[in-house]
Write a protein that binds this ligand. Structure first.
Ligand SMILES: [Fe+2]
Length: 274
């Protein structure tokens, strides 16, 4: 375990029998996340596994028409996002592939995607004390596995945030390598009014963990490159959101939820030494 920048901590892990096992206990990882810090887990997932997820996602997208209408959260779809989020007013430009019906994919595509999404699911369960499986459950939170492509030449995701629960900890797995496959763009956060940029700190196979209510963004790929939706070059990540899409969305006001919660704890727990 090593602090590589302010609020940015790297933690080694082993990839054993499809399971991500960090060098420190899961509770300790969550303690660091909640402090809060951004924690980078060196998962050790093999490069061939990570790259096959990109190849397989691209092949699947090639044979699947782009989604156009409102998201239904009950299918497998991919969409070119160019949009400003309604409530939070976060602008975005990227290509996402959402596999809410992951288990309905053809055998080969499903197995390849599960080679990273199952370890991610297990890891999130281990961190949060849950035991959740894949599948669509109306009216309840469920997993929304997603492979996101940030094309060269100006893709990004503006500052936004999420409710802390039920996700608790966000997970972003790098499927390719900074400095080789792409040279700009990464996730940024604000902690205690300090900006934490992870660009350049996340290697292929690393999972970034972050407290889900921290304001965050994805810094842009360089405008010096030509932009093309069709060029697979650029940054690829896998994420595993867990939420009820029909529940109340995050508020328009920024939470910095931990700050308010620390304040509340101080106000309501006079026995706690401050
Ligand atoms: Fe987000």
């Amino acid at each position: 375990m090593k602090e590589v920048a302010k609020y940015l901590i790297k933690v080694d892990a082993e990839f054993k029998d499809g399971r991500i096992v960090p060098e420190i206990p899961y509770e300790e990882v969550m303690r660091l996340v909640n402090e809060p810090n951004i924690v980078i887990i060196k998962t050790g997932i093999p490069e061939t596994t990570l790259r096959s997820v990109i190849t397989t996602t691209r092949a699947w997208a090639d044979s699947t028409p782009l989604a156009e209408g409102p998201d239904t959260f009950d299918n497998n779809q991919h969409k070119q996002r160019l949009h400003i989020a309604k409530i939070q007013q976060a602008p975005q430009l990227f290509h996402d592939h959402t596999f809410d019906a992951l288990l309905d994919l053809d055998e080969s595509t499903r197995q390849t995607l599960l080679s990273v999404f199952n370890p991610m699911r297990q890891f999130w369960n281990d961190l949060t004390g849950n035991n959740e499986e894949y599948g669509i459950r109306k009216g309840q939170p469920y997993f929304h596995p997603q492979v996101t492509h940030y094309p060269l030449g100006g893709s990004f995701f503006g500052r936004h945030w999420h409710p802390l629960n039920p996700q608790k900890v966000g997970t972003i797995l790098a499927l390719n390598q900074y400095g080789k496959d792409y040279t700009s763009g990464g996730t940024g956060y604000v902690i205690n009014d300090h900006i934490v940029e992870t660009e350049g700190y996340q290697d292929m196979g690393d999972i970034i963990l972050f407290r889900y209510d921290l304001p965050h963004w994805v810094s842009p790929s360089s405008f010096a490159d030509r932009f093309s939706w069709d060029d697979p070059a650029g940054r690829w990540v896998a994420i595993l959101p867990f939420y009820d899409p029909w529940a109340k969305p995050a508020d328009k006001d920024e939470p910095q939820g931990w700050k308010a919660q620390i304040q509340t704890a101080k106000n309501t727990s006079p026995e706690v030494a401050v």
